[in-house]
Ligand binder design. Structure first.
Ligand code: OOB
Length: 562
């Protein structure tokens, strides 16, 4: 094992368990109701895979290129890696940042962590130093699991830097080549050991099982604590709604550490049902449509820009004649899917469309098989559960008349009651009686489905990738020649929205290229780097003197194009 001797370099004592004050459990009467309704069954993530591995032992669970693992094999690998991670020092209650692309190794790692009772902290493959530092520090992670080189980027020096800067972060585990032994990174392959049942944990189903990342509105993105009980309920119910079974072949196109391809119904829904998850290394039509044909994919989930790319590729025959006849359903979600594109899905791809409007905080809405075509193409579906409570309210939290647009508030059996260690933010992000303020503006369609018509939160939805405006503004403000910055969304035909940064310089403005290079050097994920930058003398103000983002969005500055 090449575990790095940390000595005194990284000494912070890490609390092993999440304590009650760190997150907000559901009040007892709600928890009782969800249990009595049969939603919270007491199933936990380690049991989940064990039980499916017994029932579907010989079925193919995961396909990643030439790698094909059965359920039994995945189960055995999880035990084996859990043993190696335990010997490395990862213990029950520890947090581990998972920074892995769509590979079989991701499955092995995640289920090994669950087996140990350790908590994955899911990052996205596009995340860089800035995001990983924030995640690791906030979660007080003891380890980071990453890949060697992904999409042309060498993750190892970045991971080593994160380890050096986060107290308590002891280990970097690399799926692939860990580099020179002097770097002190641990190869995942070296951790695989003869399974030792003594390392296996039996977590409380009501406890936090892992963390998702919020899209971010104020400051830095928040950690979202999800429990075994709440999350697995959403997984089972989603698999049911989407009609998954042992014949299901799901193509993982989006990064599967995101909530949509993880649990709506995502790879967990497929494993619940005994089907097969095929992993796509990228969402391009050339890669993905070839996999649909060769693996006889039945269902997949994409964001609107990917759906539009596929529609164009198939319509124009740019990928040759692919046999897509196995494809039963295309799920589209994460951002607004333009109606014209929605209408093309069935005629062009020959499958059903399902719109999915969800959030990592919980609530997920689906259009259903059997909804009229008009409803599927013009609404974003209805909630999973009869116990999902939906309120559509005005600025004073008063219900708006039926069918009118308003703020969406929600509460239910799989929607969190608070972010991790964020009491101040929780005080405004949730109502006193526990409703989550989604920041989305919706209206109810006459049939009962929801239509997303806007957004009240200070976020940019760039083709499904969420960007907290304040996070980017703070990075821009760190530049010595910047006096003030305001980041807003501008409409875009392909991505739906792009980012536009308005900047007031301190004296001589920096060159745009220099400012963007500065942001990249700060280790910001590429999708958060502004698409446009404009230097201005002042910002339009609201009546109370705050920057008016509404007016900034309305202003056009062709010279700002980058
Ligand atoms: C999904 O989750 P997040 O956490 O990345 O983003 C949630 C936000 C929503 O609050 C909404 O603003 C937007 O993304 N959104 C949509 C949408 N689906 C999500 N806006 C319009 N139309 C849609 N269909 O994005 C997510 C999580 C689970 C399933 C699906 C998406």
């Amino acid at each position: 094992m090449t575990s790095h001797p940390r000595g005194d370099a990284n000494p912070a004592p890490t609390p092993r368990t999440i304590s009650e004050g760190d997150w907000t459990p559901w009040p007892k009467d709600f928890a009782d109701t969800y249990r009595e309704a049969g939603y919270w069954t007491g199933e936990t993530f380690p049991d989940f895979l064990r039980e499916r591995a017994t029932r579907f032992a010989g079925n193919t669970a995961v396909v990643d290129g030439a790698t094909r693992w059965t359920y039994a094999e995945l189960d055995r690998r999880a035990d084996s890696l859990a043993t190696g991670l335990a010997r490395l020092g990862v213990a029950e209650g520890d947090r581990v940042v998972v920074h892995l692309p769509n590979t079989a190794a991701l499955f092995e790692v995640v289920f090994a962590l669950f087996r140990l009772g350790a908590l994955p902290v899911y990052s996205l493959p596009a995340h860089r130093r800035s995001e990983l530092l924030h995640l690791a520090a906030t979660a007080e992670a003891v380890a980071l699991v990453t890949s060697d080189v992904h999409a042309g980027f060498d993750c190892r020096p970045m991971a080593a830097e994160v380890r050096a800067q986060v107290p308590g972060l002891q280990h970097v585990v690399v799926a692939g080549d860990p580099g020179e032994p002097s770097g002190g990174l641990t190869a995942l392959a070296e951790l695989r050991a003869e399974p030792d049942p003594a390392v296996l944990a039996a977590p409380d189903p009501g406890a936090v099982a892992f963390f998702q990342l919020s899209g971010g509105t104020t400051g830095l993105p928040k950690l979202i604590p999800r429990t075994h009980d709440d999350y697995l309920y959403s997984v089972r119910a989603s698999a049911d709604i989407c009609g998954l079974d042992t014949d299901t072949v799901y193509l993982g196109v989006l990064p599967v550490t995101h909530n949509f391809p993880m649990s709506s119904p995502g790879f967990l829904g497929v494993l619940h049902a005994g089907g097969t998850v095929v992993l796509a290394p990228d969402p391009s039509p050339a890669t993905a449509l070839a996999l649909v044909e060769s693996e006889r994919v039945t269902i997949t989930a994409v964001v609107p820009p990917v759906a539009m790319l596929w529609l164009d590729a198939v319509e124009h025959g740019s990928q040759g004649q692919r046999d897509l006849s196995s494809l039963r359903m295309l799920q589209v979600g994460g951002a607004t899917f333009p109606e014209e594109a929605a209408r093309r899905v069935t005629p062009v791809l020959g499958c059903t469309l399902q719109q999915v409007f969800g959030m990592a905080e919980g609530l997920v809405n689906y259009t259903r098989d059997g909804d009229p075509a008009e409803v599927v193409t013009t609404t974003q579906g209805r909630p999973i559960s009869d116990h999902d409570e939906i309120l559509v309210v005005d600025d004073q939290d008063r219900p708006v008349p039926e069918g009118e647009p308003g703020h969406l508030l929600t509460r239910g059996p799989y929607t969190i009651r608070g972010y991790y260690r964020a009491p101040e933010h929780n005080a405004t992000a949730f109502t006193a009686d526990g409703f989550y303020r989604t920041g989305d503006i919706v209206r109810r369609h006459p049939g009962g489905n929801l239509v997303v018509s806007g957004r009240a939160k200070d976020q940019i939805n760039r083709g499904g990738e969420k960007i907290g405006a304040e996070e980017v503004e703070n990075h821009i403000l760190a530049h010595p020649a910047v006096h003030d910055a305001s980041v807003v969304a501008v409409p875009d035909a392909y991505l739906g929205e792009r980012t536009h940064a308005y900047v007031i310089a301190r004296g001589q403005a920096p060159a745009r290229g220099e400012l963007l290079a500065f942001l990249r050097e700060r280790g910001l994920a590429a999708y958060k780097i502004p698409d446009r930058v404009s230097f201005v003398d002042s910002f339009p103000a609201t009546a109370v003197g705050k920057t008016s983002k509404r007016d900034l969005r309305g202003s056009t500055d062709p010279s700002g194009d980058q």
